[in-house]
Design a protein around this ligand. Structure first.
Ligand SMILES: [Zn+2]
Length: 80
């Protein structure tokens, strides 16, 4: 279980970044919103979106739920 926070500073694209406690990008106490204690960042993000609809996971500590991370998609071509 980890504690998750939302960065209160809205980014240029209108998103609020979500961090896990201990992340080096975690904003200082007065600039973050406590989301709660969750087992996965996806659960935390779901909760965070109730308050900040455009929440997004931090690409460093919440990779699994960061929609900005470009995932490598391997397309299997079938010949035949
Ligand atoms: Zn982070």
């Amino acid at each position: 279980m980890d504690i998750f926070y939302i960065d209160l500073r809205t980014k240029e694209n209108g998103e609020n970044e979500m961090h896990r406690s201990g992340c080096k990008h975690l904003p200082e106490q007065t600039k973050r919103y406590y989301v709660g204690l969750f087992g996965t960042c996806n659960e935390a993000l779901k909760e965070a979106k109730k308050i900040f609809p455009k929440s997004n996971g931090c690409p460093f500590c919440c990779k699994a739920c960061c929609s900005n991370v470009v995932r490598k998609i391997t397309v299997k071509e079938t010949v035949g």
